[in-house]
Ligand binder design. Structure first.
Ligand code: GDP
Length: 440
């Protein structure tokens, strides 16, 4: 497609005031742009100091470092020019204006640089998604998982599974070509059956991860629940150490769910400050309460806040996903309730203990550092499709019609191929790359 082959450009660093910024171009006109702006094409892969001038007026735009990566040894597989410029808004604006005036160029769409890298075979789709996750990562654990995925750990596992399916398929197809019989010969089923069974087991194991990988991407959701005025918002504020939730002495004013993303000892956690869970006649408040209940019900962990020890059941909450917190310790002086963490949102007393407990819970519910994770619903769906086809193939077994068996294995292989992009269906590519920011 012609538009895809246009030379694209975009700032690779965020807008705003900074010491330096990077503007990136990819495509056949990259060298031409260097020639027009700097008067020469820099030597490949060497940082080159250059004055950039507006080709129309000759006005100095900036003094920059140019990096030129000729195709195919570049990030996108095309000619790439990186301009390291000074970070002022006016500099970026004038550079972009000059580029916009060149007919060979157009601004890049979100994720387009990475899409070109994928199309050039520089990385598979799971690695591209890892890159998107790395850009979005706010905690150390997320960044580590994203880097591993970018490095291809996940892609390699899926590619290996697909190869095993293709091997089985090749054996079956050879038989289809030569056999007089339509049924699968026993010897052939003996050759492919065990590996298909092993593969189905591996797929099941990978799928059965309790959603840990996906949770790592989105953050562990902790709902803060309790009666109005017990100090939920104050506690969320104290934990986040910033004023995000509205704290007021009147009950029922936090009508919505307020989310606070936290980095808890390197782990991604989202605190959900729920509306006071009580019945109300006000329709707006009722809506807030309904949403709070739904969110709390689906959260990974709940913090049940009370401000009166009498409100706690003496046996303790049997639910391991509920942590009990007694707030306003400064007013109570002391308490004798068991299995409850005493805190004061006002004085900060007990907060360290609460944070330690939260970190322990988060660590238990998030994956360890070396696991190859199932990180996306997209992968899960495709793997479930593959497993479904494999299970049908196993049910057909040795007594099957050769063609039917081959078809199920082909379906399983395709489903896995969709994950890595071996089957580059356009709509999948659009979905994956639209998640990127512009300039990536
Ligand atoms: P929510 O409705 O559960 O979110 O409660 P808020 O956070 O809005 O707090 C209700 C009232 O309790 C406010 O007046 C707070 O200042 C007060 N409060 C919250 N935490 C504490 C605490 O630890 N000690 C004392 N003395 N007051 C608190």
């Amino acid at each position: 497609m012609n538009t895809r082959r246009a030379t694209i450009y975009a700032p690779a660093t965020p807008p705003g005031r900074s010491a330096l910024g990077v503007l990136r171009l990819s495509g056949a006109a990259a060298a031409l742009v260097a020639e027009r702006l700097a008067g020469r094409v820099p030597a490949p892969r060497r940082a080159t100091l250059a004055e950039l001038r507006d080709p129309a007026s000759g006005a100095l735009l900036d003094e920059v470092l140019l990096l030129y990566f000729p195709a195919p040894a570049s990030n996108t597989g095309e000619d790439v020019l990186e301009i390291q410029h000074h970070g002022g808004a006016a500099v970026i604006r004038s550079l972009v204006e000059v580029l916009a005036a060149m007919p060979e160029l157009r601004p890049a769409e979100p994720g387009e640089f990475t899409r070109r890298a994928f199309l050039a075979g520089k990385l598979d789709l799971t690695a591209a998604e890892g890159l998107a996750d790395l850009i979005d990562a706010t905690s150390a654990a997320q960044a580590r998982a994203a880097l591993r995925q970018m490095d291809g750990a996940l892609g390699r596992r899926y590619a290996e599974w697909r190869e095993r399916l293709l091997r089985a398929l090749a054996l079956l197809e050879a038989e289809i070509d030569f056999a007089a019989e339509e049924e699968v010969p026993e010897s052939l089923w003996d050759a492919v059956g065990p590996d298909l069974a092993a593969l189905a087991g591996e797929l099941r194991g990978h799928l059965d991860d309790g959603g840990r990988g996906e949770r790592l991407r989105t953050g562990l959701a902790i709902a803060v629940i309790g009666a109005p005025n017990v100090g939920k918002s104050s506690l969320v504020n104290a934990i986040a150490r910033r004023e995000v939730a509205i704290v007021t002495p009147f009950p029922g004013t936090t009508r919505d769910v307020i989310e606070v993303a936290l980095d808890l000892g390197g782990l991604p956690v989202t605190l959900l400050d729920t509306a006071g869970l009580r019945d109300s006649d006000d329709p707006i408040e009722r809506e807030g309460i309904a949403r709070a209940r739904a969110r709390a019900a689906s959260a990974d962990l709940r913090l049940l806040v009370v401000d009166d020890p009498a409100a706690l059941s003496p046996a303790g909450d049997a639910d391991p996903a509920t942590l009990r917190v007694l707030n306003k310790l400064d007013l109570l002086g002391h308490h004798r309730a068991e299995r409850v963490i005493g805190v004061s949102a006002t004085t900060g007393e007990g907060l360290d203990q609460l944070l330690t407990a939260l970190t322990t819970h988060a660590r238990d519910r998030l994956p360890g550092t070396d696991e190859v994770l199932l990180t996306r619903a997209r992968h899960r769906t495709a793997l479930q499709d593959a497993l479904g086809a494999l299970e049908r193939a196993q049910a057909l077994g040795g007594a099957a019609d050769l063609g039917l068996l081959a078809e199920e294995i082909r379906l399983a292989g395709r489903a896995i191929g969709r994950i890595t992009g071996a089957f580059g269906v356009e709509d999948i590519l659009d979905r994956v790359f639209s998640e990127f920011c512009i300039g990536k």
